[in-house]
Design a protein around this ligand. Structure first.
Ligand code: AP5
Length: 223
């Protein structure tokens, strides 16, 4: 992984494992493009685009958006990708998506270098996600425990009162976890067999997790 800005990665793990937080840090450090399908979909819902209209009800329930919609979306994003590497945060999430991604990467002559799995127990996830707050206006995210806003539950950037994400209510989080275990976990074996998987613990401070992530990517082993 000597040319770090040409590395192509997937971040895999349950909802709330810290994929987005770590993808943002690593993208900044290694000059990679962070591609978060959750962020793209939420923006489409906010702007009420045709994609947002298709995705809204699935997201509110905590279900996955259908594979053909996601594969169409990722095809557009990867085709317009500027030079340099990328981190896929939250995609693929089903075997069908993983197979579709393989075909697409081959077509675009791109190679996957590693798939990082962030492991966090379910109880910790429910705790983390019920403390997450988002700004309904600009999309900035906070966490009342680990990353609180400066003024009580208002956005630091635009002053808007913060809200709980629609799918972060504890019952919906439990449903998202079931969906993860049923539909996404089979990808662990899929990438392990191809010797791409690096497993790290996502428990601890974001700094501790980042240190494990860098070690796992640099020496090619799990931590
Ligand atoms: P998406 O937005 O991808 O949700 P998710 O995977 O459920 O991810 P989260 O954003 O909840 O968690 P994360 O692992 O990124 O953690 P984060 O860093 O934010 O998807 C939402 C929905 O979109 C899906 O349910 C589905 O409907 C649809 N969708 C998206 N992609 C799809 C696909 N490929 N196919 C089909 N449908 C798709 O951290 C979480 C919280 O914990 C934050 O508050 C953060 O501050 C905090 N935190 C982070 N790290 C730590 C730490 N080390 N210690 C303590 N707290 C921490």
């Amino acid at each position: 992984m000597e040319r770090l800005n040409r590395v192509n990665l997937i971040f895999l793990g349950p909802p709330g494992a810290g994929k987005g937080t770590q993808a943002e840090r690593l993208a900044r450090r290694w000059h990679l493009k962070k591609i978060s399908t959750g962020d793209i979909l939420r923006e489409a819902v906010r702007n009420n685009t045709p994609l947002g209209q298709k995705a809204r009800e699935y997201m509110e329930r905590g279900d996955l958006v259908p594979d053909e919609v996601m594969l169409g979306l990722i095809r557009e994003v990867l085709r317009e990708l500027p030079e340099g590497g990328f981190i896929l945060d939250g995609f693929p999430r089903t075997l069908e998506q993983a197979r579709g991604l393989d075909r697409l990467l081959q077509e675009l002559n791109l190679q996957l270098h590693a798939v990082v799995l962030f492991e966090v127990p379910d109880e910790e996830i429910v705790r983390r996600l019920s403390a997450r707050r988002v700004c309904p206006k600009c999309g900035a995210t906070y966490n009342l425990i680990t990353d609180p806003p400066k003024n009580d539950e208002r956005c630091d950037r635009c002053g808007e009162p913060l809200v709980l994400r629609d799918d972060d209510h504890p019952d919906t989080v439990r449903h998202r976890l079931e969906v993860y275990h049923r539909q996404t976990e089979p990808l662990i074996e899929y990438y392990r067999r191809r010797d791409l998987l690096r497993t790290i613990s996502g428990v601890g401070t974001p700094e501790e997790v980042e240190t494990r992530l860098l070690q796992a990517l640099q020496d090619g082993h799990s931590h």
